[in-house]
Every structure is written in structure tokens, then in C-alpha cells.
Ligand binder design. Structure first.
Ligand SMILES: Nc1ncnc2c1ncn2[C@@H]1O[C@H](COP(=O)(O)OP(=O)(O)OP(=O)(O)O)[C@@H](O)[C@H]1O
Ligand SMILES: Nc1nc2c(c(=O)[nH]1)N=C(CO)CN2
Length: 294
């Protein structure tokens, strides 16, 4: 990602510092923020909703400078970085906090700290294949996912009866859980690119496919940090995940503590699985999808 939104020289009075007089009298702090954001969607749509409103970010930064008194500019920078990363479109942020009136005791022009923080959002990706060498395809897809996802766990492979669509062969399904610094849309594009490499075409709804990668969840509903969107090009959480044993059974195997937002409420995947018919899901070929012995 090379696109950036840069705000330089946001200036406000704060009361941060180790010394008593710094906390009492205050001084000027100056902040630069560099946000890594995919600007192509806003470039095409000319719509503020597709990007990050820099005025809002500047307002948040001033709020932190003027807010709770901290000892260290490191802590000020960290709070600003955390605040900027709550915006789902920001994939990474660099924050510089300058303290040009710092009590250094010698002539100087500036003192500053610089931090860079990347988003590390928990994500769940479901994989399916029922055409070609499905096991090999799933293995290659999991390895390709490493380009955007730090993988925490890969489920065992399950063999599943097809759900919906025309008459078609059984599927191999699996689920990957991990974290990503990519935005939801950037991650979906990445998934589509992997599908494309494996010759995925979209002709029949729920029809047979060489490879299907679905973004099931982005963020953690247990901490209310999951992204919710009704947009048909990216719906989160995936609108059919809660009723699909071929997603929930392997997901539970990969993460026994998993939770999913269903109709606005947070449900344990373990409970959802206990309530559903799982007779169409069987153990698949044994082995580790990340292992290159396939
Ligand atoms: N959470 C999501 N994960 C993946 N694709 C999504 C998601 N939300 C919306 N989509 C959109 O759905 C479109 C169709 O995706 P796809 O062809 O994989 O559907 P499908 O696998 O046949 O059906 P299903 O969506 O029920 O799994 C994609 O172009 C994508 O933009
Ligand atoms: N068993 C199974 N059935 C499906 C699957 C799948 O991955 N496994 N994917 C579908 C559309 O995404 C439709 N039906």
C-alpha cells in the first residue's frame, strides 16, 4: 500500500511532561500524522465516505493533546496511533509528536518521537473447493493467504455435502483464523486475486468452484470491534455464515472460543454448532494445510 493521507503540524496546548511546571503551565505540542489508506475507491467515486476525513482525525489529535496529562510524549504518540487505527480504512499510521518547548536545558530546535503502528485485526476466512485437485488448491490458497494474514490457526479439512445450487460434487472446506493489517476491502480484493489465480469463475450462484474464499468476520465481536456492513459487495459478518455447518464446524475446530455476531447479538460458535444439523460435514483428508508436503 503506497497511498497516504498526511496531516502535518497539528498544534495545540497540552500538559504532558515529567516535571511539575510542565503539568501546571502546559506547552505547545505539534503532531504529524501519516495514514496509509487505499485512496483508489475515493479517487474513483469522489465520495468522502470512501476515504478518511482528515478534519475528523485532526480533531481527535487535538483532543488527545489537550486531554489527560501524560508524562511521556511516547505515550501521547501511542494514544494518537491507537485512535487513528480505530478508523477501518487506515491500514497503518505513523505519528510524530514534537515538543519544541521541551525543558532540554541546552539550545535545541526540536525534540520528537516517531512511532509506526499497523492494524492487527482478527479475521476469519472460509475456504471451499469442489472442482479439480481441491486439497492441493486449498493448500496453495492457505499459503497465499500468508501474504495478507498472520495465520494463528488452520482448521482440519472437512468434506461436506454441497449446500444450495445445482447438483454438484462434495466440497472440501476449511477455515483460517489470524490477524491482518489490510482494510476489509483490501483483504476482499486479495481473496479475489487468489481465487482468480485458481481459475475461479462466477457463472452459477452457489455453483461448483475451483476455489471460494469468503471473509466471514473482520474484528472481534466479543470486544465490539467487528466491522458490520450491509454493502452487497462486502457484507460483514458474512450473511450466511451463521447457518453454514461447512463454515462453523471447521471454524470451531480452529478456534474453540470463536464468537460470531448473529442478528445483532454475539453468539458462541460452539452453541451455534450444537443447535444445527452437522450431518453433512465429515472429516476430510488428514494433514496440515500449511504444511508443504501436500
Ligand atoms: N463477506 C464476504 N465475503 C466474500 N464475498 C463477499 C462478502 N460479502 C459480499 N461479498 C460479495 O459476494 C460476491 C459473490 O461472491 P461469491 O461468488 O464468492 O458468492 P458465492 O460463494 O457463490 O455465495 P456466498 O456469498 O453465499 O458464499 C463477491 O463478488 C463479493 O463482492
Ligand atoms: N458444502 C458446501 N456447500 C457450499 C459451499 C461450500 O463451500 N461447501 N459454498 C457455497 C457458496 O459459497 C454453496 N454451497
Amino acid at each position: 500500500m503506497s497511498d497516504q493521507i498526511v496531516i502535518k503540524g497539528i498544534s495545540a496546548k497540552g500538559f504532558h511532561g515529567v516535571l511539575d511546571h510542565e503539568k501546571r503551565d502546559g506547552q505547545t505540542f505539534v503532531v504529524d500524522v501519516v495514514m496509509e489508506v487505499d485512496l483508489a475507491p475515493a479517487g474513483a467515486s469522489d465520495d468522502l465516505a470512501d476515504t478518511v476525513n482528515y478534519a475528523e482525525v485532526a480533531g481527535d489529535v487535538v483532543g488527545i493533546i489537550e486531554g489527560e496529562s501524560l508524562d511521556l510524549i511516547e505515550a501521547v504518540a501511542e494514544r494518537i496511533a491507537t485512535s487513528v487505527l480505530t478508523r477501518p480504512l487506515v491500514e497503518a499510521v505513523e505519528v510524530v509528536v514534537h515538543k519544541p518547548e521541551a525543558p532540554v536545558g541546552h539550545p535545541f530546535t526540536d525534540v520528537l518521537v516517531r512511532v509506526r503502528r499497523e492494524r492487527e485485526t482478527p479475521v476469519v476466512v472460509a475456504l471451499g473447493s469442489n472442482i479439480g485437485e481441491s486439497l492441493e488448491t486449498l493448500h496453495h490458497a492457505v499459503v497465499a493467504l500468508l501474504g495478507a494474514v498472520d495465520i494463528d490457526a488452520v482448521s482440519p479439512v472437512v468434506e461436506t455435502d454441497p449446500v444450495g445450487g445445482p447438483d454438484q460434487p462434495a466440497y472440501l472446506n476449511a477455515v483460517v483464523v489470524g490477524t491482518t493489517s489490510a482494510s476489509p476491502r483490501a483483504l476482499l480484493r486479495f481473496l479475489h486475486d487468489i481465487e482468480h489465480v485458481h481459475g475461479r469463475t462466477r457463472e452459477v450462484r452457489w455453483g461448483p468452484r475451483t476455489l471460494d474464499l469468503d471473509l466471514i468476520q473482520y474484528g472481534d465481536p466479543a470486544f465490539d470491534t467487528d466491522v458490520r456492513t450491509d454493502d452487497t459487495t462486502l457484507t460483514l459478518p458474512h450473511p450466511r455464515a451463521h447457518e453454514r455447518a461447512f463454515v462453523l464446524v471447521p471454524w470451531l475446530q480452529a478456534d474453540p472460543e470463536a464468537t460470531l455476531r448473529v442478528d445483532g447479538g454475539v453468539r458462541r460458535v460452539e452453541d451455534l454448532v450444537a443447535e444445527m444439523d452437522t450431518s453433512g460435514v465429515r472429516p476430510g483428508p488428514e494433514g496440515d494445510l500449511l504444511d508443504d508436503s501436500w
